[in-house]
Design a binder for this molecule. Structure first.
Ligand code: AMP
Ligand code: MG
Length: 421
């Protein structure tokens, strides 16, 4: 059986990112947040666009004020008021200054700004009470960014700072990667939808909802294909359809060793290459990962073969395997050039954590901030892979590596921080 890290490496290696030419769309800046930039952005503008003041104060010639002090202030004549948004008409001559406000253009002749707090005003004269540094409080044209160089690279996620930069650079529309399409279906004769009355022995298909929410959180588009019976013909039909429409296919259930677990058999009959059948982890041992022969890719939404994840049926195992394997795969596929791997933190455990040591074990719980330091609190109740209930309100998974049977309270533990808050 594969270790978790080997499985992770195999999966990330199989992911082919979206194509920077074909798999893009143009969006308005106001709807571009959280999208992945597909084309590098260059601006024809310098930042700042012109020399401007970083303070409310007085624009002066440094030469005039270099020996100024509170005891022996230099007195300058104020020849102009320059609010932000106005261009000065005059040139500052020796002995002169201009009243200036933050962001306003430095007038010709001036090279330094004296902040208002270091001055005293008397009608149209200003007393300079301190010696500024040469060029102090002048934001020089192009000192933050030079026109024509790269402003933002392709492959980054657009968060609020990038959106602000793009607005400042006057980019009202952008080329971003389309959202990855993720087909989702649940397998099992026992499953019913959320609105059907439960008959004896039936189970509500919660996985479909959990996976759809996870997919949306990841920035991808869920394509809901419903519940499929444990019936080879029905499974073959839904998988064939999913191959045609999706970049990633996520099924749950039917990948274990039971008599009604048909997923792997159907994948084989469709000539899929099965790369993973099981992983040494708890929960989440039955996990199928497969790709399809490239000629099945003709007429598909993408020329890449879709990546098939047969997730376990157990609800907790679905969430854990999604966070551990599927989320990094979606991120890599989405066009992000780095940072798709899961983030592990080393934190203190509040509780005793136990495992049988035979498989890498994931225990769910919550990170609490205690005096600014994270502490992991294990969720109360059963950590059986069939128990979904105590996963609610958790935000981290503690990881006990293989062979590790006990982490004592206050001992350090690695946790996978979840982005579901
Ligand atoms: P399986 O791997 O198909 O044998 O499923 C393992 C367990 O997970 C069984 O108890 C199933 O009833 C349960 N299960 C399977 N699919 C779902 C689902 N979509 N929603 C909730 N529970 C499920
Ligand atoms: Mg089943």
């Amino acid at each position: 059986m594969l270790s978790v890290s080997d499985a992770e490496a195999i999966i990330l290696n199989l992911v082919q990112p979206l194509d920077e030419r074909r798999d893009t769309e143009v969006v308005d800046l106001l709807t571009a947040d959280s999208r992945i930039l597909a084309t590098p952005v260059t601006s024809p503008l310098d930042f700042p666009h012109w020399d401007n003041s970083a303070m409310d104060g007085y624009a002066v010639r440094y030469e005039d004020v270099q020996h100024s002090s509170a005891e022996q202030p230099v007195i300058l004549e104020i020849i102009e008021d320059i609010p932000a948004g106005y261009q000065s008409k005059s040139t500052i001559q020796p002995g002169q200054a201009a009243r200036i406000f933050t962001g306003a253009v430095i007038p010709a002749g001036a090279d330094t700004v004296v902040m208002q707090e270091k001055t005293r005003r008397q009608e149209n004269r200003v007393f300079i009470l301190d010696t500024p540094k040469p060029q102090e409080f002048v934001r020089h044209k192009a000192s933050f960014y030079q026109a024509g160089t790269q402003l933002l690279p392709a492959g980054i996620k657009l968060n609020s700072p990038e959106i602000a930069v793009l607005a400042a650079a006057q980019c009202p529309q952008l080329s971003v990667y389309r959202r990855p399409r993720v087909a989702i279906f649940s397998t099992g004769d026992e499953l019913v939808t959320v609105d059907q009355p439960l008959q004896a022995g039936q189970i509500v298909d919660s996985n479909q909802y959990a996976i759809a929410a996870l997919v949306k959180e990841s920035g991808a588009e869920p394509l809901i294909l419903g519940i499929v019976k444990d019936d080879p013909a029905a499974l073959e039909k839904v998988i064939t359809h999913a191959i045609a429409i999706a970049d990633i296919i996520l099924s749950s259930g039917g990948v274990s060793v039971g008599d009604y677990d048909y997923v792997d058999k159907i994948l084989e009959s469709l000539r899929a290459k099965i790369h993973i059948r099981a992983v040494e982890m708890r929960p989440g041992k039955p996990l199928t990962v497969a790709t399809f022969p490239s000629r099945d890719a003709i007429n598909r939404v993408s020329t890449n073969s879709p990546l098939y994840f047969g997730l376990p049926g157990n609800p907790a195992a679905v969430l854990v395997t999604f966070w551990r394997f599927v989320l990094p795969a979606i991120k890599k596929l989405s066009g992000i050039t780095e940072g798709w791997e899961p983030v592990f933190l080393k934190v203190r455990s509040h509780d005793e954590l136990r495992s049988d040591g035979k498989r890498e074990t994931y225990l769910w719980g919550k990170l609490h901030l205690i005096d600014g330091i994270y502490e992991f609190h294990k969720a109360g109740g059963s950590h059986s892979s069939g128990n979904l209930i105590n996963l609610a309100q958790t935000n981290a998974l503690a990881v006990l590596p293989m062979g590790k049977t006990l982490i004592s309270p206050q001992e350090q533990v690695q946790v996978l921080q979840l982005v579901n808050e």
